[in-house]
Design a binder for this molecule. Structure first.
Ligand code: 13P
Length: 254
């Protein structure tokens, strides 16, 4: 089954001003106007969401990088799903390794996934090992991460779930390695096997899987063509409209 491609930009804690955020958004928006086969979501820092939501077009989707599992109340510093809904936010990235590094556990993530899916927000659930070992124990770690992050998530809620495989060792400036499309395909098959164990084969195959980690306009075609993924979660290159548009264009033409 051919799945509609999804390209997501994770802006992380960038840029530093609303003016620059607006410029990046406008640049991308202009460059993807004619694309029809690819969903394009941009996930800026939440403070820029109100202004950027005024710029939304048919081809652009807004997402955020985190959300509270709770509806309202005494949760200092948190943002609720309801607050985001009024600004037409459609996606939330959950379980990113950079948030896990700050102390988010699988249990906390599973609560957020549950709340978001219940509120009809689409979830991009990030999973990925910190490092690889010859004995392949990282696969067991990956399996546990997927199982625990989806704890108590019934099959009926999965239509808005996307899994993003992001090996920590391949992310960002500090990356120590790169995965190739063949290696990615092995992991995608493994993730589907784990999902099939939690749910069933049909469900496992219907879920969209993305790849993230040093994605750019040069390597993205290989990941989507031979790596078995239906899209990409892009970090650094998503802040550069020219590069990001090129990645979307590649997805669009596959
Ligand atoms: P980079 O593309 O900058 O490696 O970041 C990947 C990522 O973490 C996206 O969520």
């Amino acid at each position: 089954m051919k799945q509609k491609k999804l390209i997501v930009g994770n802006w992380k804690m960038n840029p530093q001003t609303g003016a620059v955020a607006g410029k990046i958004f406008d640049g991308i928006k202009k460059g993807i106007v004619t694309f029809k086969n690819t969903d394009v979501a941009m996930c800026p820092p939440v403070i820029f969401i109100p202004e950027l939501s005024k710029k939304l077009s048919a081809a652009t989707i807004l997402g955020v990088q985190n959300v509270s599992a709770s509806k309202e109340g005494a949760f200092t510093g948190e943002i609720s799903i309801g607050m985001l809904a009024q600004f037409k936010v459609k996606y939330v990235i959950l379980g990113h390794s950079e948030r896990r590094e700050m102390g988010e556990t699988d249990f906390m993530i599973s609560k957020k996934v549950e709340s978001a899916l219940n509120a009809k927000l689409s979830v991009i659930l990030c999973v990925g090992e910190k490092e690889r070992d010859e004995e392949c124990t990282y696969l067991e770690m990956l399996r546990l991460q997927i199982e625990n992050s989806l704890l108590n998530i019934p099959k009926g809620l999965l239509s808005k779930l996307v899994i993003a495989y992001e090996p920590v060792w391949a992310i960002g400036e500090k990356a120590t390695g790169r995965i190739d499309p063949a290696g990615l395909l092995e992991i995608v098959i493994f993730i589907r096997k784990v999902l099939s164990g939690i749910y069933d084969q049909e469900t496992a195959h219907s879920l969209k899987i993305l790849y993230g980690g040093s994605v750019d306009e040069k390597n993205s075609e290989g990941f989507m063509k031979e790596g078995g993924v239906a899209g990409l979660l892009v970090g650094r290159a998503s802040l550069n409209p020219k590069k990001f548009i090129e990645i979307v264009k590649i997805a669009e033409n596959l």
